[in-house]
Design a protein around this ligand. Structure first.
Ligand SMILES: C[S@@+](CC[C@H](N)C(=O)[O-])C[C@H]1O[C@@H](n2cnc3c(N)ncnc32)[C@H](O)[C@@H]1O
Length: 347
């Protein structure tokens, strides 16, 4: 072999090796996941898990800490530490932490999801399901088909954790199980929600467009472009039977997206820096006409303060998002009314 060829081959070898090293570094930084966006699922689970550290937690999510993993818990702890002790100072509440925003949104989605199932929905689709454990913890009515859509790395990592925890994926084996499946069937569906064909993949996984469905987008929409959000709403609408619902949360201010993007370089926290650069879209301040144009009618529109009024039982809560805390942003840029929770029906 000539010197030139050796140089080319060793060049390719070095490139391949550094590619592998980079992939390894990434996946070890993000606990077996490929990107910061996938890792955000572990951070959300970590934030949820912190509520379980209270003497009288507002909900129980025993799988959350396992699903968050060590790095997800570590990431969540950065924000939660700032909330430590503040609860006692602000009130006589016997709590370690202020009630977090992820805790409030957990209670909101639990409540609205169960209400939709009780009102007749028989399918649940979690869009960007991440490390959500509701299929193993909610007291669902009988006969619910449960679908989770996310990227392959997230779904695989989740299945691994759940299998190790002996959570079940089928009701046939439920008897005596520590974490029985609460839905009638569970299907994980790998799909890119930014692609045109995700509904086809969902149908191939067993989803039935003639059955009333609850669509759940929790902690997802701001990461998608406006065009993708529009396409997603239209696609979900096109396979929604009557009496379906869409539970979503979104930013309603471009400022919020800009604040995240602009502050990406101001934080020493590597994952927060990377994630804040990925925020892309918001709804307009008045979300109702925006949704109407996309085939959805908002039945209710709520802000974090509404959620706190309803679910925090007078306990002190934080109006600053954990991500903002990590980025060192002031609370003025995170005003309560900039995140909206919408329960919508198709028309
Ligand atoms: C912040 S996490 C929220 C996870 C979960 N809904 C929760 O609240 O705990 C965002 C999730 O959306 C998923 N996601 C983001 N963009 C996606 C896309 N284009 N297709 C599929 N999943 C996506 C990520 O992989 C991640 O699991």
């Amino acid at each position: 072999m000539g010197v030139g060829k050796v140089a080319v081959f060793s060049g390719i070898g070095i490139a391949a090796l550094s590619g592998l090293t980079w992939a390894f570094l990434k996946s070890s930084t993000y606990d077996d996941l490929n990107s910061v966006l996938s890792f955000s699922s572990r951070v959300a689970a970590g934030m949820r898990a912190y509520e379980g550290k209270e003497k009288e937690p507002l909900y129980s999510d025993p799988l959350a800490e396992l699903l968050a993993g060590q790095r997800g818990m570590q990431a969540a702890s950065t924000a939660m530490k700032r909330y430590e002790g503040a609860a006692d100072k602000e009130s006589k509440a016997d709590r370690k932490y202020l009630v977090g925003r992820v805790a409030l949104r957990t209670l909101y989605y639990d409540d609205h999801l169960l209400a939709a199932c009780k009102a007749g929905a028989r399918q649940v689709v979690l869009l960007g399901a991440g490390m959500d454990s509701r299929a193993w913890r909610l007291d669902l009515p009988e006969g619910i088909s449960w679908f989770e859509i996310d990227r392959a790395d997230v779904l695989n990592a989740k299945r691994k954790v759940l299998t190790e925890a002996q959570a079940l994926f089928s009701v046939d084996t439920n008897k005596g199980a520590k974490y029985p499946l609460r839905a009638a069937i569970y299907r994980a569906c790998e799909a890119d929600l930014g692609s045109e064909h995700w509904t086809e993949r969902l149908i191939a996984a067993g989803f039935d467009p003639s059955v009333p469905t609850v669509w759940v987008a929790e902690g997802l929409l701001p990461y998608l472009s406006e065009a993708t959000v529009t396409a997603l709403l239209n696609s979900a609408r096109s396979v929604s039977a009557k009496r379906s619902r869409f539970l979503m949360m979104a930013f309603t201010s471009e400022d919020m997206v800009k604040s995240y993007n602009e502050c990406a370089n101001q934080t020493p926290v590597a994952w927060a820096k990377e994630l804040s650069a990925t925020f892309k879209s918001s709804f307009p301040t008045d979300a109702r006409p925006y949704l109407e144009e996309r085939g959805w009618h908002a039945v209710s529109v709520n802000f974090y303060s509404d959620l706190a009024d309803k679910y925090a039982h007078g306990l002190p809560w934080t109006s600053t998002p954990g991500m903002m805390v990590n980025l060192g942003l002031s609370s003025s840029s995170s005003s309560d009314t900039k995140t909206v929770f919408i329960d919508a029906i198709p028309f």
